[in-house]
Design a protein around this ligand. Structure first.
Ligand code: ZN
Length: 205
């Protein structure tokens, strides 16, 4: 799941500083340009809408080997570089039930995840997706969830989540079932999103 709300605002804010500050200002711009370049490189490694793999169901993980550790480490690095708050293995073309997410300042990896309970009613909020470019749309999710699974070594994990991290894990779990936010939003928002996504689709052919 993407979290690019803050980008443009931060940048605009930088330009509000006084004019005497040229050295630091150039430095900020350079750091910002670098960060954008890193984000672009990361996004080029994330499968984009129209890629059939995004519509496939990922398989249960059975082997807890070195390769799984490497995959989850790579996914965490990509999630950070892409400014995301979550990333599913499906999005890097690997059909295994693994996703990573950011929760309370920590990077989390979960393998063979299941939602063992949901509660607190539901809430509608805007979501973006690293596989859907800048398109955002309202999605209804459970407010509280309990997520269970194992880590990359096969040790049991359980997370009781509320609010944004609860939303993120529901989004990532959807990816493992080949589901995207355009399947979850209201018909009007879906039409708007599709109008933005179709030209992207044509360009990628
Ligand atoms: Zn997504």
């Amino acid at each position: 799941m993407s979290d690019d709300d803050h980008d443009e605002h931060d940048h605009e804010h930088d330009h509000g500083h006084d004019e005497h500050d040229h050295g630091e200002h150039d430095h900020d711009d350079q750091a910002e340009a670098e960060r954008r370049a890193i984000r672009q490189i990361a996004l080029s490694q994330v499968r984009q809408y129209g890629d059939p793999v995004l519509r496939m169901r990922a398989n249960e993980v059975e082997a807890f080997d070195e390769e799984l550790t490497r995959l989850s480490d790579r996914m965490i690095a990509l999630m950070h570089d892409a400014d995301g708050v979550g990333l599913a293995a499906t999005q890097v073309g690997i059909l295994r039930r693994v996703f990573v997410f950011h929760d309370a300042g920590e990077d989390r990896i979960i393998v063979n995840p299941v939602l063992s309970s949901t509660g607190g009613g539901t809430e509608v909020d805007e979501e973006g997706c690293l596989s859907l470019g800048p398109v955002r749309m309202p999605v209804e999710r459970s407010v509280e969830v309990t997520l269970e699974g194992v880590d990359a070594q096969g040790t049991s994990l359980r997370f009781d989540l509320e609010g944004l991290p609860a939303r993120v894990v529901q989004h990532e779990l959807d990816h493992l079932d080949g589901k995207l936010i355009i399947d979850r939003t209201d018909p009007e928002s879906r039409r708007e999103a599709m109008a933005q996504l179709r030209p992207r689709l044509a360009l990628s052919r």
